[in-house]
Design a binder for this molecule. Sequence first.
Ligand SMILES: [Zn+2]
Length: 129
Amino acid sequence: MDIEKIVEEKKKVLTNEEKHVLFNGGTEAPFSGKLLNEHRDGMFCCKVCNTQLFASHAKFDSDTGWPSFDQALPNAVEYVDDTQFGMTRTEVRCATCHAHLGHIFDDGPTDTGKRYCMNSVCMEFQEIA
Ligand SMILES: [Zn+2]
């Protein structure tokens, strides 16, 4: 699989907002994302390369306005220090195509203690029947 080719092809069909978030590390407006209230059983996958990132059972309601998860699937994501805006945060990217997904914080309410704060526009939901 030639991931660069997949990314180039995908860029032709993504909206400007999707590209801004995925490739420039942007953030969608809170409460705007269509996955925020997605509660079916399934998998949340990278919008660019379709890699499965999060299982629906890891999703929780954080009241932040962004879809939130307490864990990612094994080896699905990578972590990058982000010092934009004078803050040190940890950026979460797709480990396969390196697209930006969101950030991770240590204030999660479950046993993992993690809160993956993701952008809806970076993912597609695949329902498991
Ligand atoms: Zn990806």
